[in-house]
Write a protein that binds this ligand. Structure first.
Ligand code: GTP
Ligand code: MG
Length: 195
């Protein structure tokens, strides 16, 4: 188990040295605040390396985790309660610069299965094709739903996603670990990522 918080980046001035520490294949986690990005990193890597907060909006820097083969960059969650809608639906300058300057291998978009796709998720899915990277969507927090609710929600959301773009969709729980093996296998086969 080689996961480690290798670096954090708080502003564009720190971006160059941050970028030098990246290791291929490069994964990013994106999604609204509180959907479980940090929890996903922890369950994927069977560690407690990423900070999970009770209050949303805690990840406000780019956090780089290096793994045995590759790395994960946890992006700041978008859609905090306290910022304007306009701000909430656009990349922060830092995230935008980062995404324009590096080649991401897989973007992992995480949504809360109970909330479905929100504005920025749609924007993200629409624009990811402009970048040359693979993208998957994780429907997180399935443990909060009953079996039938889960079946319905997965079907509905897979349809919503498919109407925007063609990507793989995985229902998961970052809390119980449900569905994580399949994500890991996908990442290994697709880009040789290893935790
Ligand atoms: N029940 C349940 N709770 C979860 C799951 N994943 C995350 N949570 C909870 O949701 C909250 C937010 O989780 P985080 O992992 O911090 O979310 P985040 O997307 O990293 O949030 P930001 O860093 O604010 O962008 C925490 O209280 C987690 O314990 C899940 O699969 N099931
Ligand atoms: Mg986080």
């Amino acid at each position: 188990m080689g996961i480690k918080l290798e670096a954090t980046c708080w502003n564009v001035k720190e971006l160059e040295s941050f970028k030098r520490k990246l290791r291929e294949p490069i994964l990013i986690t994106a999604g609204y605040s509180n959907v479980g990005k940090s929890s996903f990193i922890n369950v994927l890597t069977r560690s407690k390396v990423a900070y999970v907060a009770k209050k949303p909006g805690k990840t406000v820097s780019l956090n780089l985790y290096t793994c045995r083969k590759g790395c994960i960059v946890d992006l700041p969650g978008y859609g905090f309660a306290k910022v304007s809608r306009r701000e909430a639906v656009r990349f922060s300058e830092l995230v935008e610069r980062f995404l324009n300057e590096i080649k991401v291998d897989v973007a992992v978009l995480i949504v809360d299965i109970r909330r479905g796709l929100r504005d920025y998720d749609v924007f993200f899915l629409e624009s990811w094709q402009d970048f040359s990277y693979d993208c998957i969507v994780l429907l997180n927090k399935v443990d909060k739903l009953s079996k039938s609710q889960k079946g319905n929600a997965v079907k509905k959301l897979a349809g919503d996603i498919k109407s925007i773009t063609d990507v793989s969709v995985f229902p998961i729980s970052a809390q119980t670990g449900e569905g994580i093996d399949k994500v890991l296998l996908y990442l290994k086969e697709r880009v040789s990522f290893e935790v």
